[in-house]
Design a protein around this ligand. Structure first.
Ligand SMILES: CC(C)(COP(=O)(O)OP(=O)(O)OC[C@H]1O[C@@H](n2cnc3c(N)ncnc32)[C@H](O)[C@@H]1O)[C@@H](O)C(=O)NCCC(=O)NCCS
Ligand SMILES: Nc1ncnc2c1ncn2[C@@H]1O[C@H](COP(=O)(O)OP(=O)(O)OP(=O)(O)O)[C@@H](O)[C@H]1O
Length: 277
């Protein structure tokens, strides 16, 4: 029998690995405020860590197919955008079949799907390329009255779509710089990732939070995340106290920052990709 050689993995295989690894790392990271993690379910009664893992793994073929579509088509344009839309909708069906109908990774399919395709096309300009794809309109996309669409009507927040169209500013301007800064301070990788999540939360219009807890919830998330960072971050005693307080507040408001969690996964994906270039 021939041993599997790692370098024989295709680019699409490796990108799919990176996307799934980013989702698993996001899920495992603990203690995340009001989100599913190793401690428990956060503000979700229909989610748990095993389900997040199973869901992440079920998306591997979808990420691979998205990368392959990008390589086959070879350029940003409507044909690729519409192929990704179709593959993403099939991936969502695979996710729902795995989870018994629970939405574990809808926002992540969107963000990481675009980034995976972009990485296959332009590994050195990933967020810009993902933004160009997100700006194109998929003529076949259904327009359901999603939670995000309801929040857009009520609060004018355009959520996941706008974040991608702007080139993931929460990741590029908040998450990644904080991840690097905390790593330089030698706080440990888990604390650096928690700090990156908090940095994303300080400024995000997270439609999961808006849908569940309105502006009160959104302000509690943004202010509380900033308070942890101001106190010295997750690695300090004062920061940990603030983090505990934020967890408490968000749970009381039933406000789960699912959008911020997806963007942390996007941040970890780009960080891995940068390391592999
Ligand atoms: C663009 C999406 C996310 C539309 O979402 P919508 O705004 O209608 O809200 P919905 O409540 O369905 O889901 C929002 C998801 O995004 C995440 N999210 C919430 N807020 C934010 C934010 N500010 N930034 C990023 N992600 C966010 C949440 O985790 C949530 O699960 C997506 O579901 C969609 O329409 N996909 C179409 C399929 C497609 O084209 N796929 C191609 C993949 S490349
Ligand atoms: N670790 C995590 N814990 C919780 N949510 C996460 C986590 N990682 C990512 N998410 C994101 O959060 C979203 C779940 O949020 P939410 O439960 O508000 O969505 P929903 O199914 O649309 O709403 P609801 O459960 O209120 O009916 C998922 O789509 C997923 O993208």
């Amino acid at each position: 029998m021939r041993a599997l050689k790692l370098h024989e993995l295709s680019l699409a295989d490796r990108l799919a690995d990176m996307a799934v690894d980013a989702l698993i790392d996001e899920a495992d990271l603990s203690p995340k405020p009001a989100l599913v993690d190793r401690r428990g379910n956060g503000a979700h009664n229909d989610l748990h860590l095993g389900l997040m893992h199973a869901s992440a793994l079920s998306l591997w073929p979808m990420f691979k197919e998205m990368a392959e579509a990008a390589i086959d088509v070879g350029e940003v344009g409507l044909p690729l955008r519409e192929a990704l839309g179709r593959i993403g909708r099939e991936g969502e069906q695979a996710m729902l079949a795995t989870t018994g109908g629970v939405n574990t990774h809808r926002g992540a399919i969107w963000a990481l799907g675009l980034l995976t395709a972009a990485a296959a096309l332009e590994p050195r300009a990933v967020t810009l390329t993902a933004a160009k794809l997100a700006l194109l309109t998929d003529r076949y996309a259904p327009q359901p009255m999603s939670h995000g669409a309801q929040v857009a009507q009520r609060f004018g927040a355009r959520g996941a779509r706008e974040e991608a169209q702007l080139g993931f500013p929460s990741v590029v301007q908040r998450g990644l710089p904080q991840l690097h800064k905390s790593r330089r301070q030698n706080v440990g990788e888990q604390n650096a990732r928690l700090d990156a999540l908090l940095a994303i939360m300080t400024d995000l219009a997270d439609t999961c939070v808006l849908y569940r807890a309105g502006l009160e919830g959104l302000h509690a998330m943004q202010r509380g995340a900033q308070a942890v960072l101001d106190a010295g971050g997750s690695a300090t005693l004062a920061g940990r106290r603030q983090l505990h307080e934020l967890d408490h507040q968000l749970l009381a408001l039933n406000a789960s920052p699912g959008g911020a969690a997806d963007l942390l996964a996007a941040c970890l994906f780009i960080d891995r990709l940068d390391g592999a270039l």
